[in-house]
Design a protein around this ligand. Structure first.
Ligand SMILES: [Zn+2]
Length: 367
């Protein structure tokens, strides 16, 4: 039965739909400082003051000296989670507020760039849709390192004949338009559903700190979660009467949070929603005949995920067939291909170096 494939997708996968790669991320992130409309602009003054005080970033124009997002999150997480100040001006409570604002801007940004990408019909986007149109929940599963909802959105655009799910711990929910509140959805247990195990969480997930249930909302509701990630009083202070109504847990009525796992995420991963995603990914990888990496560079920051891949690969009687779909510059050594060589060994994987071309799509979806 050589037809079970797990697609492991990273930022390069979503870049096909117009989302920023790490290099373009900061530029797009800071663009909100000059916005004259929308919710992001209110978040920017505190974020700017934080990177100025902490990393000495002062420029209005030179984006290249902006600190690595990885460093920003790591300083925030390690300090706030251990209950310590980061310098005189930032006490743990303030650091957590900065973190929520950073996530809020990120959620708005990922959502807007997906919606903007939808309006432009680029060749890459067409190819991505071609690929997604060939998926079948019987043969394919996804492990995603992304926070964005590009895959889910494209399945919706294509009106896929099958549903998708994240893990048994994450309940699909909708926002009831009349009552403006969160309602859990009915799940059709008979329909075969496509697994999307999201290792770092997703911008459409909500988490109840009280009963520890997690919910996912439709792609259309993501911008609302960009506000929900802030505390109730923070949203009220920034947006006043324009703040959308808070979403509460349908079971216990507690104000819901949005949790995303950042780079120093060991702690965050202990929440049930993350544990169950990692378990689903493990099961999928264990039984798949093929592992197909798309737009993922095996970065060092994902060391826990790389350990998961390695121990599953080595515990199997037979290693899976490994494919790498990436965009490699023909004239230079591709750093992505080099990381796969170092991690899996030379000659142990097949490369498609021009992204999701028709040939690549045929090869990775063939039976
Ligand atoms: Zn609850």
């Amino acid at each position: 039965m050589a037809d079970r494939t797990v697609f492991i997708v990273g930022a390069g996968f979503s870049a096909n739909a117009g989302l920023p790669l790490q290099s373009g991320f900061t530029k797009l992130f800071l663009k909100a400082e000059s916005f004259t409309a929308g919710r992001s602009r209110y978040l920017m003054p505190l974020l700017r003051s934080f990177v100025k005080e902490t990393f000495g970033f002062k420029s209005k124009t030179d984006v290249s000296s902006y600190p690595e997002l990885e460093d920003v999150f790591t300083m925030l997480d390690l300090s706030a989670n251990s209950g310590h100040h980061l310098g005189v001006k930032f006490a743990p409570a303030e650091l957590r507020k900065v973190r929520r604002m950073l996530l809020s801007r990120t959620i708005h940004m990922l959502n807007t760039s997906y919606l903007d990408g939808k309006k432009k019909s680029q060749r890459e986007r067409e190819q991505l849709l071609n690929f997604i149109a060939k998926l079948s929940p019987e043969r394919h599963k996804f492990v995603s390192l992304n926070w964005d909802v590009v895959l889910e959105g494209c399945l919706g655009e294509l009106q896929a004949a099958f549903p998708f799910h994240y893990s048994p711990e994450i309940r699909p929910a909708t926002i009831d338009e009349d009552e403006d509140e969160l309602k859990t959805s009915r799940i059709n247990k008979k329909a075969k559903s496509l697994l999307i195990a999201k290792m770092h969480g997703s911008i459409n997930w909500l988490y109840c700190d009280c009963c520890r249930r997690a919910y996912s909302v439709p792609v259309e509701n993501v911008s609302r979660l960009g506000v929900q990630v802030l505390k109730r009083d923070e949203a009220a202070e920034l947006y006043g009467k324009k703040a959308p109504r808070r979403l509460e847990c349908p079971f216990c009525g507690v104000d819901l949070g949005v949790r995303l796992a950042t780079f120093s995420y060991q702690k965050a991963l202990r929440a049930p929603m993350f544990e169950s995603s990692w378990l689903e990914a493990e099961k999928a990888l264990r039984y798949a005949d093929r592992w197909v990496f798309i737009g993922y560079s095996l970065p060092g920051a994902d060391f826990e995920f790389k350990y998961l891949l390695k121990r599953i690969q080595l515990a199997r009687a037979e290693s899976p067939e490994i494919y790498v779909v990436t965009k490699a510059d023909k004239d230079r050594v591709s750093p992505t291909i080099a990381s796969y060589t170092k991690f899996f060994g030379r000659g142990n994987f097949t490369v498609f170096g021009e992204g999701l071309t028709l040939d690549a799509i045929d090869a990775i979806t063939r039976r």
